[in-house]
Write a protein that binds this ligand. Structure first.
Ligand SMILES: [Zn+2]
Length: 222
């Protein structure tokens, strides 16, 4: 059953009692096979959240035997599973038999890329573009950097922050806090230069690339 191709004259594993399906020969654990049977025939009895082994067994065997509904079931359940750690995601992404290799890898990669990108953005304040009316460029630049590190970067890197980098900057109220002491023309020039350069595009591109990979993967399940 697990070997391809099988000639028309040879007996098929599982055909009769003399030719049983030999799971050991194929490297499949009894527990893995039992988990697949539970999913196929007794799913209602599974108490949530089922252990990770349950999902990983189903995933392994359903990819091997091409059971797309089972693959889809697992990939729908895993992202909300409490034990779906980055380590498990990487482990799955390295599994050659798994169709979602690109998608899982992209998800893990995306998260670390965005974290790195945010850190780089936070710790590298954009240059100030001073206006002709700027009286003291040093003080002006220091005000900007204080705002960037003490306000912008702090909010961007806060563990509870869900806003994208661009949104945080757009919501800045320049009439309050440190920025209110900066010459308005310098602030305007600086903001204009930031939006012209648009360093925030990078994050959007990464998200779009990962979304594409995940869509392709989902489409491949049918
Ligand atoms: Zn200035």
């Amino acid at each position: 059953m697990f070997e391809l191709p099988q000639g028309s004259s040879s007996a098929v594993d599982g055909q009769d009692d003399d030719h049983p399906i030999d799971l050991d020969k194929s490297g499949i654990q009894n527990a893995e096979f039992c988990h697949l049977l539970v999913f196929l025939y007794d799913q209602d009895e599974v108490v949530a959240p089922a252990p990770m082994e349950y999902f990983l067994s189903i995933l392994k065997l359903s990819v091997l035997w091409r059971i797309p509904t089972a693959v889809k079931y697992v990939t729908n359940q895993l992202p909300t599973h409490p034990d779906f750690t980055p380590a498990i995601q990487i482990q799955l992404s390295r599994c050659r038999a798994h169709m979602g290799v690109v998608a899982f890898y992209k998800l893990v990669q995306l998260k670390s890329t965005i974290t790195e990108f945010k850190a780089a953005l936070a710790f590298n304040p954009p240059d100030v573009h001073h206006s002709f009316s700027c009286i003291d460029e040093n003080i002006c630049s220091r005000l900007w950097e204080s705002f960037w590190w003490g306000g912008y970067a702090k909010q961007l890197l806060h563990p509870d922050n869900t806003k994208p980098p661009a949104a945080i900057l757009l919501e800045v109220d320049a009439s309050k806090g440190i920025l209110s002491h900066m010459p308005p023309a310098c602030l305007q020039n600086t903001m204009d230069a930031i939006w012209e350069d648009n360093p925030f595009n990078h994050e959007q591109e990464q998200i779009e690339e990962a979304s594409r990979a995940i869509s392709e993967w989902m489409a491949a399940l049918y």
